[in-house]
Structures are given as structure tokens and as C-alpha cells.
Design a protein around this ligand. Structure first.
Ligand code: GLC
Length: 499
């Protein structure tokens, strides 16, 4: 399981209301207790923070708000001592407009780095093509100084790098080397499907209307670039890993970014983020993932991240559903990603208009982690950069650790169970027949077997599973025995019973 840390909101140690790297290092014992295998830390590099770190002005330094390079080294070493691997968030598609590369590039048409970004003349209608940016508006901004437009698939402060220029490839490879040399275990690669582009930058078909480019861009040039990145990463000792954000809707398109085992180790698939909490929909998602990824592309599972509403909020807010979702997430075939705070059953905050800061409207899921029940929740200030999530007086690490019935203990138990079961870690998945409200599947290797049942309904339901089975974990803490029925909203893991 890979645990996503959004550093601004994990833990502040300096009193400025913003979380920092020392805050992560200070809580490695908690992550180890929980049973985390690896952390992915959202960007902490130097940044003007127009997109809260996804606009980078120096890839090889730590932003002062998060600490120093020495803090990064301490975090990496401390995590390794705790048996936790560290993935950084590498943003290759764009830099900040304050990055010295872009500052040079925009300075003149003859600047040495002019071609490191996409500069084009406008058409009579205005922009060089019809692409739209992810946060709204055209994907082009006109620059008065040199009379040309530059491309940005996100904010104007995030100009797209031109990966068709070999100097860019070289410079970005140096960034990977910089961090691999500091012993990181790999990277989560931001919107990696965007880096290859046809230099003609052709219009997208008019029938797509004003849909933004990010969800449809799929250029074959990206694959060659990814193979080079993979070779670089593989040239380092140990097991380094690259997980790419491929923001496409079609799982068979996502599949191509695994290449022939020579591109990404794993690609995110955001299908579950758009899947309602219903057995039939989940059966369908599992079928699609198994069919389209096949045997050689290892799946990923994501229910929440820093760009989406927390799944508890999205799925209606109930404790029972968030507990059953924990069982589902941690038993599917593939690597689960857990966004910080999911293990506490957190919901999104409703952020008042005066406190909203994100241009993409994503503040609600990014609120600070409450560590204690006190008014400052274990932070040095009562009033961090975003408000506390709802019910922080009860949903905090201190309270939940002390309550064996809390969802935090369910996550911990699930992670422990997963670690010791080859079937759950890497076994096959087979859907089983079950009543309409129930998702039932078997996970199996030749020597190990588990059955997972999830009742999406609001009434008790009987489920027949051939053979004798014992309960390993139930999402309902009052249940400790398998009697052939699931309670309303209950999810269980079963193991073969003693003969
Ligand atoms: C990815 C990140 C998102 C960011 C965007 C631009 O989708 O997850 O937070 O805004 O890329 O870098």
C-alpha cells in the first residue's frame, strides 16, 4: 500500500500553519504502526505555489515553507530506517513560469532556451490551436514582450516543457538522477501522458467541444520518452519504481503506458473515482480492469487523492460505507493508494469563500490532519492554512488510536492481513455469483485463498459461499463469526475454515 502525503497538510513543526518535511519525519512511527509500505509525497520543491507545488521553479531544492534539502535527506533516511520506501512527485510536463528556464525562454525569440517551451504565432482567430486548459480557458497565453503565445495545459503560471527538445530531456533526466542519488525509491509522475506532443500541435476535433486537453491527450511520442525514463530508473540499484498519472478515461489506453514492461511500472486508473457505490458498478470496474490490463500490467486502486473529493464525502458520508470501502480498497488485485486521512474516515471540509485558495476548487480534501483532540489538533497553531476537516474533535489520530473500534484500527488490521496473505497480495481475482447488492470475489494463489464479500445494500443479506469459511476481518466491529449473512453495509474477508 502506498500512502499519499500532501505535505502542506500533514503536520507543521514551525508554527507557520503549513505542514513541512520535519512534520512527516516526526510521524514516521505512526506510518510504521499503521503498516504503510511506501509514501508518495506531493511536491515540496521550490515553487511560487500557484498550484501548491505543482508549479516548480527549482526541481533540485526544497521550498523554504517545507524545510531544506537536509530535511529531505533526513526524511528519506528516517523512512528507510522505518522500512518505508519514499516516492517523490516529479512534475515533467510543466515548470513554473518563475523557473529560470522559462524566464530565459520568454526573454527573447532568440533566447537559448526559447525552444524549451512551446512558443507559437497566433492564428487570425487568436490562439495557435483550440486546446483548452485544465482549470478553464484557452491553453495559451500571449506574451507581449515577444509577440507570441506559449502553451500551458494547466494555469498560465505552468508553461508546458517541450520534450521534443533533447536538451529538455537531458535536463529533466538530471533531475531524476539528483533524487535517485539521494536514495529515493522512485517517483509518482504527474500527468505523464502529456509530455509527448506532435510539434504541429494540431487542433482537437471540433466535435469534442471545449473539453480540456488533459483528459484526451494521448500521443505516441510519450512512449519513447517513458522508455528512456524507465531505463534511467532501472540503471539504479535496488527496486526503484515509477507510477504515472495517466489521466485518460479508457483503461485500454492507460494500458499502453506500461509498454512491454519497459515504461511505467504502474499507471493510475481513476475509473473508481467515478464509480457509484453499487455492487453492479464495481463488478463492472473489476471486469474492465482485468480485461484491459491483462496479466502483465499491474493495476492500481485509488478512491481518494488531493484532486478529488474524499471518498467518504463522495459516497454519502456514512461510517459504514467508509469502512466497507476500506475492505474493498485493500483487497482488490493491485496496489492500493491511500490518501492521508482516509484511515481516519475523514470527510471534506466545506471551505468558506474567503478561505478558498486553490484555483482548481480542491481545498475541501486538502485540509490538515488532526493529530489530537485538542483545539490545535497537535499542530502549533489553531488556525492552519486551511480549516480543519469536520468532526476533528473525534476523528483524530489520538482518539482513534485509543479506540479499538475506530476505522483507523480497521485499516491497520486490513494492512496486516494483506501483508501475510499471498492471495491478497498478488493472487488472481475471480468474481463470484452473489445476490444483486453484494460484490463477491475470490483472491487466490495455488497455496492461499481468500473470499471478499461487500454488501452495498442497506439490509441484511444471505450469501452462500461453498465450503467452510472463517472471518478474518469484518468492517462491522461487532461481527467476529461467519454465519452466512452480511449485515447492512458490511464487508468481510473470509479464509478457509479449519476442516
Ligand atoms: C496533476 C496533479 C494536480 C495538479 C496537476 C498539474 O493532476 O495531481 O494536483 O494540479 O497535475 O500539475
Amino acid at each position: 500500500m502506498i500512502y499519499q502525503i500532501y505535505p502542506r497538510s500533514f503536520l507543521d513543526t514551525t508554527g507557520d500553519g503549513v505542514g513541512d518535511l520535519a512534520g512527516i519525519t516526526a510521524r514516521l512511527d505512526y506510518l510504521r504502526w499503521l503498516g504503510v509500505d511506501a509514501i508518495w509525497v506531493s511536491p515540496f520543491f521550490r515553487s511560487p505555489m500557484a498550484d501548491f507545488g505543482y508549479d516548480i521553479s527549482d526541481y533540485c531544492d526544497v521550498d523554504p515553507v517545507f524545510g531544506t534539502l537536509a530535511d529531505a535527506d533526513r526524511l528519506i533516511a528516517g523512512a528507510h530506517d522505518a522500512g518505508i520506501r519514499v516516492l517523490l512527485d516529479w512534475v515533467p510536463n510543466h515548470t513554473s513560469d518563475q523557473h529560470p528556464w522559462f524566464v530565459d525562454s520568454r526573454s527573447s525569440r532568440r533566447a537559448s532556451k526559447r525552444d524549451w517551451y512551446y512558443w507559437r504565432d497566433g492564428r487570425r482567430s487568436g490562439t495557435p490551436n483550440n486546446w483548452r486548459a485544465a482549470f478553464g480557458g484557452p491553453a495559451w497565453t500571449f506574451d507581449d514582450a515577444t509577440g507570441q503565445w506559449y502553451l500551458h495545459l494547466f494555469l498560465p503560471q505552468q508553461p508546458d516543457l517541450n520534450w521534443g527538445n533533447r536538451e529538455v530531456v537531458h535536463a529533466m533526466h538530471e533531475v531524476l538522477r539528483f533524487w535517485l542519488d539521494r536514495d529515493v525509491d522512485g517517483f509518482r509522475i504527474d500527468v505523464v501522458h502529456l509530455i509527448g506532443k506532435d510539434p504541429a500541435l494540431p487542433d482537437q476535433p471540433a466535435e469534442l467541444g471545449s473539453v480540456d486537453r488533459v483528459g484526451i491527450h494521448d500521443d505516441p511520442r510519450t512512449h519513447g520518452l517513458l522508455r528512456e525514463i524507465r531505463r534511467l530508473v532501472d540503471s539504479y540499484p535496488g527496486e526503484r519504481v515509477i507510477v504515472g498519472e495517466v489521466n485518460l478515461h479508457d483503461t485500454s489506453a492507460i494500458r499502453t503506458y506500461y509498454g512491454a514492461g519497459d515504461e511505467l511500472h504502474m499507471a493510475f486508473n481513476f475509473l473508481p473515482l467515478a464509480t457509484p457505490w453499487a455492487a453492479g458498478d464495481w463488478r463492472q470496474v473489476i471486469r474492465v480492469v482485468e480485461r484491459d490490463l491483462g496479466r502483465d500490467a499491474w493495476p492500481t486502486w485509488v478512491l481518494s487523492n488531493h484532486d478529488s473529493r474524499r471518498h467518504r464525502t463522495r459516497l454519502g458520508g456514512s461510517e459504514a460505507v467508509s469502512r466497507a470501502a476500506a475492505v474493498l480498497l485493500l483487497t482488490l488485485r493491485g496496489t492500493p493508494f491511500l490518501f492521508q486521512g482516509e484511515e481516519l474516515g475523514l470527510e471534506d471540509a466545506v471551505v468558506s469563500p474567503e478561505r478558498r485558495v486553490d484555483p482548481g476548487g480542491r481545498d475541501g480534501c486538502r485540509t490538515p490532519i488532526p493529530w489530537t483532540a485538542t483545539p490545535t489538533h497537535g499542530w502549533p497553531t489553531v488556525d492552519p492554512w486551511l480549516p480543519w476537516p469536520p468532526h476533528a474533535e473525534a476523528r483524530n489520530v489520538q482518539r482513534e488510536r485509543a479506540d479499538p473500534g475506530a476505522i483507523l484500527h480497521l485499516y491497520r488490521r486490513l494492512l496486516a492481513v494483506r501483508r501475510t496473505s499471498p492471495a491478497l497480495r498478488h493472487g488472481d481475482i475471480t468474481l463470484l455469483d452473489a445476490p444483486a447488492a453484494v460484490l463477491a470475489f475470490r483472491r487466490s494463489t495455488h497455496e492461499d485463498e481468500r473470499v471478499v464479500l461487500v454488501n452495498f445494500g442497506e439490509t441484511e443479506v444471505e450469501v452462500h459461499v461453498d465450503g467452510r469459511w472463517d472471518i478474518v476481518v469484518s468492517s462491522d466491529s461487532a461481527v467476529d463469526r461467519w454465519d452466512g449473512a452480511l449485515r447492512a453495509g458490511e464487508a468481510v474477508i473470509l479464509q478457509p475454515g479449519a476442516a
